[in-house]
Design a binder for this molecule. Sequence first.
Ligand code: AMP
Length: 214
Amino acid sequence: MRIVLLGAPGSGKGTQANLLGQRLGIPQVSTGDLLRDALASGSELGRRAKEAMNAGKLVSDEIVLKIIKERLGMDDAASGFVLDGFPRNVAQAKALDKLLKKIDRPLHKAVLLEIDDDILLQRLTGRLTCPECGRVYNLYTNPPKIDEQCDRDGSDLIQRSDDKQATIENRLRVYRAQTAPVADFYAREDKLATVDAEGEIDEIAGRMRTALNA
Ligand code: AMP
């Protein structure tokens, strides 16, 4: 299956994309993760993306389309993928459509995770990530067993630099202005499903299964 997952930062997109990918045996493709990897590797592309990422702004379409084309061209994406964090604006959605049409593998569905602003802020300000394995925790809703240490490998958890208050507000503004219209784009194409993203992780995963009939 070829799926796009949409939702504000903090809506649980990453967690749900991961679960869905595992269950369907297809890769979760996160442009945020791909960009963070590029940044960590010190590549030219990473350096160009860094400023926008730290300010909570969108990285240029040119950079993002380059990494997504490369990633979707890899062997493991031939049987399908769950896109997480892409497309982030209508231009990217149109570019994706074009790319998939060219290889005759159109998108099956876009799923929008819907959630209240108050809950979003709590999820984002409480978010902690393991720098080793990438596992994500939340101080309020999904805390690690031992204070600020990864359950899996014991590493000290960190707050992502773009999870700071000012950046969060910017990311939410960008989402409303640029990414929310992407849902309308898929609704017009008759490919949009909407899922209530409040509640327990398993509960939301169940709603996703129903929405996707998968
Ligand atoms: P995320 O992990 O999806 O929240 O992404 C973290 C940051 O990476 C965003 O705030 C943007 O700066 C950048 N980013 C991720 N995906 C995209 C995209 N599709 N288009 C532009 N910028 C992106």
